[in-house]
Unconditional design. Structure first.
Lengths: 202, 203
């Protein structure tokens, strides 16, 4: 089985470097173009299912894939980005100033710090791996499944697959609309590709 | 700095599932075609230098990349594949039958077990990272360098970059002629991508 993990296209907040998790921010023009290129790239793939986070930036990216495939989108709240709580809509200098202690805690243990009123990357990993394991149980060995979600979500899945400490999640780069592939053979997960963004140049 | 790690193209032993380690084996026809494609894919990149393991299959692949750049291939033994010792020329089934104790130790600790008469992944990682650190010191932050080497070597380097336990190298896969990118920024290393083999799909 192949899981194609896809990060949503660019949003205005990505460009401005504003922290957001569950906030509803649409794709910007560049993000829509990225989603279009992604759709073209996956046109020839034999995809059995497309799951998406129910956040608008992910759903709109997923729709660009579905334009070429006669399947129905399945949305899942479990695929959402990290819940950043009170840090929603804030800039990094802003949280450095107003949440100095918590920000230092984030720098020391970026996987374990619980965002005020939100979750930690470790909590995110726990919820998203439950969702991923459900998809694996639902599908056949030769199926190809697209999972459209978020940078934090994909990094958390990759950490789980590699057995990498979640505190090191920032060492993994995930670009907008890039494809990360997990293969599952006899129940064993392997990282087959990380952050393939070749279609961005097309 | 961007470090583009490229695995060599296919050999007859890759196709048949025989261990090759430090032995000198040429690319097969598929391997030469893969090397040509990765060379075309990288032709617009500006490499400050092209480095390669000194094993034939890597040098042949690096030569196909260098053909587009008017640059020499700089060979370094430190980027060689793991020394598989007495497991050279054997399949997994043959190794399991002939070296049951060492093979069981390998299955239990794939990064730390020493291949009979050869190296462990951990030992290979130390020398490969020494080679990588040495070449990185020759370049500055804006440079992109190309390093053609091996599936084991690339995974060991990625483990070092991520600070991932070397026993977990089996959790990732690297295809022949696929690209893996390490990014060095503000003195920190990150994994930019792994096993990007999109140029294989294009044909």
């Amino acid at each position: 089985m192949q899981l194609l993990l896809i990060r949503h296209g660019e949003t205005a907040y990505n460009v401005q470097g504003i922290i957001y998790g569950h906030a509803q921010v649409p794709l910007n023009e560049r993000g829509q173009t990225q989603a279009h290129h992604l759709g073209q790239r996956l046109k020839q793939h034999q995809i059995q299912a497309v799951y998406s986070s129910d956040l608008i930036r992910a759903m709109h990216t997923a729709e660009a894939i579905l334009a070429h495939h006669p399947i129905t989108l399945v949305t899942d709240v479990g695929l959402r980005e990290l819940d950043v709580g009170e840090w929603e809509h804030k800039s990094i200098p802003d949280v450095q100033q107003h949440y100095a202690e918590l920000y230092q805690q984030y720098c020391a243990t970026p996987g374990q710090m619980i965002y005020p009123g939100g979750e930690s990357h470790q909590m995110l990993q726990h919820r998203v791996m439950q969702v991923i394991n459900c998809y694996v149980a639902l599908h056949q060995d030769h199926d190809i499944i697209c999972v459209v979600c978020h940078g934090g979500t994909i990094a958390a899945i990759v950490c789980a697959v590699l057995g990498l400490d979640i505190n090191l999640h920032e060492r993994i780069r995930i670009d907008n609309c890039a494809i990360t592939t997990i293969t599952i053979t006899n129940g064993v997960m392997q990282l087959a590709c990380l952050n393939d963004n070749t279609h961005a140049a097309s | 700095m961007h470090i583009m790690l490229v695995r060599h193209g296919e050999t007859a032993y890759n196709a048949s599932g025989h261990y090759q380690g430090h032995m000198q084996i040429s690319l097969n026809d598929t391997g030469f075609a893969q090397a040509t494609r990765v060379g075309e894919r990288l032709r617009h990149h500006h490499f400050a230098a092209i480095y390669s393991s000194d094993l034939l299959r890597a040098v042949q692949t690096a030569t196909a990349i260098a053909a587009h750049h008017h640059q020499p291939v700089v060979e370094l033994a430190g980027f060689r594949e793991i020394d598989v010792g007495l497991w050279e020329h054997l399949t997994v089934a043959e190794i399991a039958a002939q070296f049951p104790t060492d093979f069981a130790a390998y299955r239990a600790k794939p990064g730390r077990a020493i291949y009979t008469g050869g190296e462990s992944y951990a030992q290979m990682q130390t020398r490969a990272m020494h080679a990588l650190t040495t070449v990185m010191q020759r370049h500055d932050e804006h440079d992109t360098i190309c390093v053609v080497c091996h599936g084991g070597t690339i995974r060991a380097i990625v483990c070092a970059v991520l600070n991932l336990d070397i026993d977990n190298y089996t959790q990732m896969w690297i295809d022949n002629c696929a690209l893996t990118t390490i990014i060095q920024q503000h003195g920190k290393l990150r994994l930019g991508n792994l096993n990007d083999n999109a140029h294989a799909d294009a044909h």
